[in-house]
Design a binder for this molecule. Sequence first.
Ligand code: SF4
Ligand code: SF4
Ligand code: FES
Length: 288
Amino acid sequence: MWRSLFRHVYEKAGGLLELGKKEASQKFPVLEDRPAGRRHAEQAMETFETIEKKKGATVKEFRIYRWSPDLTACGPMVLDALQKIKAEDDSTLTYRRSCREGICGSCAMNIDGTNTVACLKPIDADTSKPTTITPLPHMYVIKDLAVDLTNFYRQYKSIEPWLKTRRLSEDGREYRQTPAERKRLDRLYECILCACCSSSCPSYWWNPEEFLGPAALLQAYRWICDSRDEFADQRLQALTEDQKRLYGCRTIKNCTKTCPKSLDPAGAIHKMKARHLLSVPVEKAESR
Ligand code: SF4
Ligand code: SF4
Ligand code: FES
């Protein structure tokens, strides 16, 4: 009895397998004598049908080894490698760049975990390790390494980054400064608005709308420090009338650590806070 039952099940399974084979060869008659090709075709059909049925989660990440860079035929910086990949390997790779000299701030990105500008970042010569490049963190990505800087520039514009005076210059042409007054702008005017600092700041990640972020604040301080500008108090007031614009900074100092121009946005913020607190009555300062 067991033997006949076993034969019955065996024949049934064999029949199903034969049916499957028949169906498959009917679907792919040209692949009849090519089992591997037929298997792949069947899997492709299955994948297609599964994806069709899925409503969400249909984007899959592919990590593909595509480029084996010969570093002797490439410039020394990460931007050189990106240019080479774009020119020779994948023209769809998207990133911003312009000056190639650390002046325009366009090529800011995260390289091996640190925000920096790719044109000033040398390629790591250790060829046993890959280099990982991602867009600036916590920014909306437009494509590949290009992020949306609309909010960043809106905040920069809000600090009114231009000279504001009440009177005409003495000769009607230039507002002059002494060398000492000009020196006060050192380590401020060099900011290239790359956004490396703001996108490395946890306070900015949490509150990118209200907190102005270290880049806009360093720029604000640049104008507050300018001996020719006559609106320093008003500028400071505009930064502090809302609790978060300046005081959103929690002095974590990621901004200063990451700045590719070695500037000190955290220091500039600290000086503005000190200047503001010294100018407000104690009771008001205590409530902050
Ligand atoms: S302070 Fe430094 S990191 Fe920040 S925007 Fe300016 S140059 Fe870039
Ligand atoms: S010091 Fe202030 S601005 Fe700089 S990273 Fe920290 S919280 Fe952000
Ligand atoms: S390309 Fe201008 S800063 Fe890098």
